[in-house]
Design a protein around this ligand. Sequence first.
Ligand code: HEC
Length: 166
Amino acid sequence: MARVRYWAAVGLAGAACLCVSAAQPVAQTKQPAGVTIQGKAATPTPEPVAETKLLMNGLAAANLRGLGRTLRDKPTEAEAWAFARGQALLIAESGNLLMLRPPKTNGRDDWLGYSGDLRDAGDKLARAAAAKDYAKARAGLAALANVCNRCHQTFQVATRVDPFAE
Ligand code: HEC
């Protein structure tokens, strides 16, 4: 009997420990990214993994080219509009990813500003595509390409994009 009570007490103590350790991650959210406390990683925060160049080619340029093709003439199929909306949103989302990659030295504010503009312009174009508004979508695509080119000019990137070139 005494033994049973002993194990019950150990069980309770164990449960108390579990509660304490379960509460720890909440406290850890206040720590800066990557800080490790008592052998446990802090709550994950967004961190860049891919090179900026890869995002440019794989996300920004690929989807801008696709939009140029889809919107060359007024789409007749709902599917094409839905596709254009998705491509615009992927570019908008790439604005968020660019915000994680500001230059380490100069131009941080410009970079964050253009990244936000890219997100807004992509979002606006996505809305025009959702509404199947061809005039607004064409204007939105031109405005989007302007954001690409303005950022490239500011950061002396030689690439000039033109979604209507093909
Ligand atoms: C916030 C700034 C910024 C915005 C906005 C931006 N870019 Fe870029 N882009 C860069 C930088 C910086 C580079 C150079 C990257 C490198 O070489 O490491 C680059 C390079 C490129 C390249 C050349 C990649 C290569 O292989 O050399 C292409 C293509 C490109 N961007 C397309 C786009 C398109 C399309 C958009 C808009 C939909 C866009 N970019 C928006 C900053 C930006």
